[in-house]
Design a protein around this ligand. Structure first.
Ligand code: NAP
Ligand code: MG
Length: 402
C-alpha cells in the first residue's frame, strides 16, 4: 500500500451539475483520493444548492478562491426559462462563471489538450494555442440606436470638468448607430493576467488590435499593454526567454494559421469570442479543451471548457452507460493540483498530477478512448470504452507508474 501524498493548503472545490457532476465524483474516487490525502474546501454549486442559498454559495466560493489562491470547478448549469421550470427555481440565477469572473476580475484562458493520434485540422499546429479573451466591454455592452429618419448622430461625453462631443454621422435617411466603451482599469487587469499567465506557461504572448484604424479606442489597448509590459514584465520575460509581440489583428490571424502553435494569444472581447470557437474546433473536440481563470492578483480557477453534457446525463438517468469524455474535467483537477504543488513547493503533488496527465495521454495515444475521440482518431484500431471503464483503465495505468 503506497502512502498518500500530503497537501498543506486546501483546494477550493466547486461541484456542479448533471453528467459532469457524475464525472467529478468518479475522478475523485478512482484517480485522486487513492493517491492523494486530498484537502479541499467544498462548495456545492449544483443548481439545487445555488437555489437553496439564493446563489450565495457561488459568491462564497469566489471569496474562498481569493483566500486560498487555487480552485477547481465542475461545469454548472446556467439557468434559462426551461431550467427554471425543470428545477422549480426561485429565480433565473446568473451564470456562476460570470459571478466568479466578476469577483476575481479574472481573464479566461482556453487551452487544448493535444494528442499524437488526433490531428488538428490545421496540419502545421503541433503545439497548443491558448486564447485569452478580454471578457469586458466593447460591443458586448454597447448601446445602439436604429435611425429612422434624417438627422445627426453624435457621441457625447459629460464630464466633471468639461464636456466633449463629436458628430458621428449626418444621416440623410435610415441607418444604425452604436457606441461602446472600455475602461483603463479593465484593460490593465487583462494585460496583467496575460503577462502573468505567459510567464507561468513560459510561452510567447501575442496581442493584436486594429489600432491603425481605431486610433483612439484600439490604440488605448495597445498603449496600456506596452506600458504594463515595459514597467512590470519586460525583465521577467527576458529572464524566462519569452517574447511579447504586438501586431495588427489581421496580421496575427495570418501568422496563427501559418505557424505551428505554442503561443498565448490575447484577444479583445469580440476577437476572443470568434477566434476561440475557431481554434477550439480546429483542434478537434470541446471535450479536450481546458479553461483557466486567472486574476490579476494571481488567483487561479481551473475547469473544463465544455458544459454539463445534458444529453448524456439523461441517458445516465435512464440507467444507460455513456461514453462521456472525462479528460478536460480530469485536467482541471491536475491543473489545480499542479498549481497548488508549485505554490506550496510540494513537488510530490506536482509530480503526481504530471504523472496522471501523462498516463491519460498515453492511454489514449495507445488507442483506448471515449467515443467522441474515436471518431476523430487517425487509426482504425481503437478500443472505445464507456466513461467508467476508461477511468478504471486509467487507474491501472497510473498505479503502474506510481
Ligand atoms: P455541453 O455540455 O458542452 O455539450 C454539448 C455537446 O457537446 C454534448 O451533447 C456532446 O455531444 C458534446 N460534448 C461536450 N462535452 C463532452 C464530453 N465531455 N464528452 C463527450 N461529448 C461532449 O453543452 P450543452 O449540452 O449545450 O449545455 C449543457 C449545460 O451546460 C447548459 O445548461 C449550460 O448552461 C451549461 N454550460 C456550462 C458551462 C460551464 O459551466 N463552464 C459551459 C457551457 C455550458 P453529443 O451529444 O453529440 O455526444
Ligand atoms: Mg463564441
Amino acid at each position: 500500500m503506497l502512502t498518500r501524498i500530503k497537501m498543506t493548503t486546501p483546494l477550493v472545490e466547486m461541484d456542479g451539475d448533471e453528467m459532469t457532476r457524475i464525472l467529478w465524483s468518479m475522478i475523485k474516487e478512482k484517480l485522486i483520493i487513492p493517491f492523494v490525502d486530498l484537502k479541499t474546501v467544498y462548495f456545492d454549486l449544483g443548481l439545487e444548492f445555488r437555489d437553496k442559498t439564493d446563489d450565495n454559495v457561488t459568491i462564497e466560493a469566489a471569496e474562498a478562491i481569493k483566500k486560498y489562491g487555487v480552485g477547481v470547478k465542475c461545469a454548472t448549469i446556467t439557468p434559462n426559462a426551461e431550467r427554471v421550470e425543470e428545477y422549480n427555481l426561485k429565480s433565473m440565477w446568473k451564470s456562476p462563471n460570470g459571478t466568479i469572473r466578476a469577483i476575481l476580475d479574472g481573464t479566461v484562458f482556453r487551452e487544448p489538450i493535444i494528442l499524437k493520434n488526433i490531428k488538428p485540422f490545421v496540419r502545421t499546429w503541433d503545439k497548443p494555442i491558448i486564447i485569452a479573451r478580454h471578457a469586458y466591454g466593447d460591443v458586448y455592452s454597447a448601446v445602439e440606436i436604429k435611425v429612422n429618419e434624417k438627422g445627426t448622430g453624435e457621441l457625447v461625453f459629460t464630464g466633471e470638468t468639461g464636456n466633449e462631443s463629436k458628430v458621428i454621422k449626418k444621416f440623410d435617411g435610415p441607418g444604425v448607430l452604436q457606441a461602446m466603451h472600455n475602461t483603463d482599469q479593465s484593460i490593465r487587469s487583462f494585460a496583467k493576467a496575460c503577462f502573468t499567465y505567459a510567464l507561468d506557461k513560459k510561452m510567447d504572448l501575442w496581442f493584436a488590435t486594429k489600432d491603425t484604424i481605431s486610433k483612439i479606442y484600439d490604440h488605448r489597448f495597445k498603449d496600456i499593454f506596452l506600458e504594463v509590459f515595459e514597467n512590470e514584465y519586460k525583465k521577467s520575460f527576458e529572464e524566462s526567454n519569452i517574447e511579447f509581440f504586438y501586431t495588427l489583428i489581421d496580421d496575427v490571424v495570418a501568422r496563427i494559421i501559418r505557424g505551428n502553435g505554442g503561443v498565448l494569444w490575447a484577444c479583445k472581447n469580440y476577437d476572443g469570442d470568434v477566434m476561440s470557437d475557431m481554434v477550439a474546433n480546429a483542434f478537434g473536440s470541446l471535450a479536450m479543451m481546458t479553461s483557466v481563470l486567472v486574476s490579476p492578483d494571481g488567483h487561479y480557477e481551473y475547469e473544463a471548457a465544455h458544459g454539463t453534457v445534458q444529453r448524456h446525463y439523461y441517458k445516465h438517468l435512464k440507467g444507460q452507460k455513456t461514453s462521456t469524455n472525462p479528460v478536460a474535467t480530469l485536467f482541471a483537477w491536475t491543473g489545480a493540483l499542479k498549481k497548488r504543488g508549485q505554490l506550496d513547493e510540494n513537488n510530490k503533488l506536482t509530480e503526481f498530477a504530471e504523472k496522471l496527465e501523462k498516463a491519460c495521454l498515453d492511454l489514449i495515444e495507445e488507442g483506448t478512448m471515449t467515443n467522441d475521440l474515436a471518431v476523430l482518431c487517425d487509426s482504425a484500431d481503437v478500443i472505445i470504452l464507456n466513461t467508467e471503464d476508461f477511468l478504471d483503465q486509467l487507474k491501472i495505468k497510473l498505479e503502474s507508474v506510481m
